[in-house]
Structure formats: C-alpha cells, structure tokens
Design a protein around this ligand. Structure first.
Ligand code: SF4
Length: 270
C-alpha cells in the first residue's frame, strides 16, 4: 500500500483493511472486486489485485502464514526484492537490506556525495548498502528503520534539514558543500491532465456503480478536461484496449482493466 503513496493517505485504508481482513485467509475468501473497491482512492489499483492474489497464494502454499524465507517471499504475487526485505526485517527481525527511495537517498548523500540517487536501483548501490547494514540482526533492523525515517523526515529529496541531522558530521555531500541539488531533474509527475487523473476518476465511477456504467459526456467527470473526457466513455465501458489520443498521450489501459475486470467478476458490470 505504501509504494508511491504517502503514509497519511494509506493509514485509514490500511486500518479498514486490517479490521475487515485481519488474516490472509480472510482476504483470500473475499472477492477480487471487494479488494479493488476497498482500495478506495489510493491509486495504482493493480496493487489491490496483487494483494488479493498474494493472500490466495499464502493460503494455498503456506497454510495462510507468511513465510520468512526470501525465496518463498519473492515467489508470491506482487512481492519484489524491496517488499521481501522489508517483511523479513520488520516482521521477522531478520538481517536484510531494505532499500527504499529514502534509504537510497541517505546513503547516496552521506557516503557518496550524490544529491539524489539514480532513477533505478543499481547493483552497485545494493552491494554498497549491504556493506553498511550491521551484521547483527537486531542492529540491522534498527539501522534499516532509522535510515528510512531519516530519509523520510530529515534528508528529504528537495529540502534536507542538515542542521537537524544526526549524521551531519559524517555526511560526504554536506562536507562537499551540498552540490547539484538545484540542477537535479524533478521526477514527480503532475496530476492534473495526466493519465493517472483519468484512471482515478474512472475507478471512482466504477467503485460507486452498482449497475452497468454509461458515461455520456463530462457530467460525471467534472474534474476532467474536455480533451481527456473524450476517451473516457470508451474506457469506462471497456470492452477492448485502446488509447486516448488527446492530452493523455500514454496508454490509459494498463490499470483500468484490473478494476473493471474485478467489478465485472463481481457482477456489477456487463
Ligand atoms: S547531513 Fe543533510 S544531506 Fe547529509 S544525510 Fe543529513 S540531512 Fe542528508
């Protein structure tokens, strides 16, 4: 849930999920449509589908328990190296290297004097990080949690608070005069006018619908611009893949079929 989504948005949905489905078996017994609906407006609803599939796999392969072995975790739907490491470290107290964006930024600055880490995790970064994490399991968990928090709260992407940083005295980037941050490209995607905005509105309509959905014009999509709305009726009905050719220049479909198919499976749509 937390992937690319702030804690403040995730927390209420997470609490509702745990109250409704406290175990993998509980979630696996629900329908995929229930999972997609309960995802609410967190975005990237493919994650709800993956979570539901993961719960089913846990029941099928592990009797509803969560395995602690890396290979078993990586074999589950939707579990990559980051999530597997985070589960092992924070759920089981195992030594692992938990490299999220915040940790990568802290390591890149403090040890390598880089303003921001590369766009994608490199093998070199992973190998270097493995040399930094303490060998002792309990200490490694504290290191992972501490560096994650430091990156999230102090060593932030655009406005690091070096005056409040506990490792300022050892930071290579600060010692070098904090070079290059202004010139570093911004990676955040604008919201308004993007395919994510259109997908979000379509998913909201699908979640709220209890009958076949027909979108005729822009009335139900008040925050979508005319150029975007032109493609939405086709996407919302969604019988075959397509592309929106105005304003939304990338395929809108990769996420929409997830929710749509789930809702169809639940009997809400034709
Ligand atoms: S001193 Fe500044 S740049 Fe270095 S790790 Fe701390 S917050 Fe980040």
């Amino acid at each position: 849930m937390l992937q690319q989504t702030p804690v403040v948005r995730v927390e209420p949905v997470w609490r509702e999920w745990l109250a409704r489905w406290p175990t993998p078996a509980d979630l696996a017994a629900a329908t995929q449509a229930d999972a997609v609906r309960a995802w609410g407006r967190l975005g990237y609803p493919r994650r709800a589908k993956r979570l539901w599939e993961c719960a089913a796999a846990l029941v099928e392969r592990h009797g509803g328990d969560i395995p602690r072995g890396e290979d078993d975790l990586l074999a589950l739907p939707g579990i990559g190296s980051y999530t597997a490491a985070a589960v092992r470290a924070f759920a089981f107290g195992e030594r692992d290297v938990v490299l999220d964006t915040n940790v990568r930024r802290v390591i890149g600055r403090a040890w390598q004097a880089q303003p921001l880490p590369p766009a994608h995790l490199t093998r070199g970064e992973r190998e270097h990080a493995a040399t930094l994490v303490p060998r002792d399991a309990a200490a490694s968990v504290a290191w992972n949690a501490g560096s994650m928090e430091l990156g999230a709260l102090v060593c932030t992407a655009r406005a690091p608070r070096c005056d409040a940083c506990v490792i300022a005295g050892d930071c290579a980037w600060l010692a070098a005069g904090s070079p290059g941050l202004d010139a570093a490209p911004r990676r955040t995607q604008a919201w308004h006018g993007t395919d994510r905005q259109v997908r979000g509105r379509i998913m909201a309509l699908l979640r709220a619908a209890h009958a076949p959905l027909h979108v005729t014009g822009q009335a139900a999509l008040e925050d979508i611009e005319p150029g975007q709305a032109r493609c939405v009726p086709r996407l919302a009905r969604h019988r075959r893949p397509g592309h929106c050719r105005r304003r939304v220049t990338r395929p809108v479909l990769p996420l929409a079929p997830v929710g749509t198919s789930a809702l169809i499976a639940d009997g809400h749509h034709p």
